[in-house]
Design a protein around this ligand. Structure first.
Ligand SMILES: *Cc1c(COP(=O)(O)O)cnc(C)c1O
Length: 415
């Protein structure tokens, strides 16, 4: 039988996305995707591109003129940083405390760089003192690369401290801010980071397939001063991409993914309207409620307090509970997607993402309720309703603190 007779329009199921990305999109972002196509050099499109760069500079907290979205997912942003900044023979320290540090290493090798790896236990942040030791042992290091927010474990490294150490040793700095941008502070100028990349579908809650990047003057100087051959990737060569995204010229390089860029413009506008600090505060508040609920269920975090990402909550799977069965039931019966463990953490942890537009109290309460029910089906004993109650208390505590700060007296229940 010819299967094509049965092919119909595709209508995805409605899911609550609480995994490692993509996150859910705001209705305004979804609507922006359905707008009419215009040419990539249409004056209206070009002025939208200028606004995009300005909005991205706000999100990245930078004045870097070379701040724009690359056409491609976060992996393209990562690769673009390495192919442009790493010349064959360059020594690069790669900090690896999870999956994405491993990919950075892969990129250094493919660029012909000489990698020196700072390996850290998965779930731990990178220790700036260890970076300092390694830089002292390798004074010829050209570049230091690290992942700010390791999505595979939920650990956040102290980017300011790591950048300070690298800067003191005169190294260029590449930072993966894919999961942090929009969720926790990414302060490109304050950090003095040189090449920072992110992705559209994590805390920016936009359609996947775009990678915001920002390059410092030092990074551009390094690209311009390359002596050992052209950038190995034609598509990602900054010298060429700039002909389209740069300050002055506007000539064809590749056809920009126009509708995705409309969506990014809208997603960044939403972030600007909310305010970065409020967005960080919202991620923290929902994390605290999620944490209270998960802990009420007896689940333990992989990452220690103080190094946890609010937007990525990795918890140990209790002994005797079937990882796959739980995730399947959450998906099939509750329409909730959560993240599985990766690499050495496969089958050991669940990852609850609360990213961007997905970071909402309704999602926290839904996830806790569903998880509680599914764990009960698994024979895992706990008190029904305790997780939701703990989350409610966390929100109430937050409101009490906020009210106390604003001098309002809470309303007492009537006797
Ligand atoms: C998701 C992610 C990437 C890769 O982004 P894609 O858009 O999937 O290519 C890179 N680094 C980190 C930390 C991520 O979480």
């Amino acid at each position: 039988m010819n299967a094509s007779y049965r092919i119909q329009s595709f209508h995805p199921p409605r899911r609550t996305l609480l995994g490692p990305g993509p996150s859910e999109m705001h209705p305004r972002v979804i609507a922006s995707l359905a707008q009419t196509v215009v040419g990539y050099l249409d004056p209206a499109f070009v002025s939208m591109m200028e606004e995009l760069k300005e909005l991205l500079r706000y999100a990245f907290q930078t004045t870097n003129p070379l701040t724009f979205p690359l056409s491609g997912p976060g992996s393209v942003g990562m690769e673009a940083c390495f192919v442009n900044l790493v010349e064959p023979g360059d020594k690069v320290i790669v900090c690896r405390n999870g999956v994405f540090g491993g990919r950075m290493l892969e990129n250094v090798e493919r660029c012909g760089g000489v990698p020196v790896v700072l390996d850290e236990t998965w779930g731990e942040p990178i220790d700036p003192a260890k970076l300092e030791d390694l830089l002292e042992a390798h004074p010829d290091t050209k570049t230091v690369a690290f992942v700010h927010a390791e999505t595979s474990t939920g650990a956040q490294s102290d980017a300011q401290a790591l950048c300070d150490v690298a800067r003191r040793h005169g190294a260029l700095i590449i930072v993966d801010a894919v999961t942090s941008l929009g969720g926790t502070p990414v302060l490109v100028d304050a950090w003095q980071a040189d090449a920072v990349y992110s992705a559209s579908q994590k805390c920016l809650s936009c359609t996947p397939g775009l990678s915001p990047v920002s390059f410092s003057e030092r990074a551009i100087a390094k690209v311009k001063a390359r002596t050992r051959g052209k950038v190995q990737s034609w598509f990602m060569d900054l010298n060429l991409v700039l002909s389209y995204w740069g300050e002055t010229q506007r000539t064809y390089h590749h056809t920009a993914p126009g509708n995705s860029l409309y969506a990014l413009h809208e997603a960044l506008l939403l972030l600007k309207e909310e305010g970065l600090e409020n967005a960080w505060g919202r991620h923290q508040r929902n994390h605290e409620a999620m944490k209270a609920g998960l802990e009420a269920l007896g689940l333990q975090y992989l990452v220690r307090e103080g190094a946890r990402l609010p937007q990525m909550n990795a918890v140990h799977i209790p002994a005797g509970v079937d990882d796959l069965a739980v995730r399947k039931t959450l998906l099939n019966e509750y329409n909730i997607e959560i993240g599985a463990g990766l690499g050495p953490l496969a089958g050991k942890v669940w990852r609850f993402g609360l990213m961007g537009y997905s970071s909402q109290p309704e999602n926290v309460l839904l996830a806790l309720s569903a998880l509680s029910a599914v764990l009960a089906e698994q024979g895992y004993s706990h008190e029904a309703g305790a997780a939701e109650a703990a989350a409610h208390r966390a929100y109430a505590d937050h409101h009490t603190r906020a009210a106390a700060q604003s001098g309002k007296t809470p309303i007492a229940p009537q006797q």
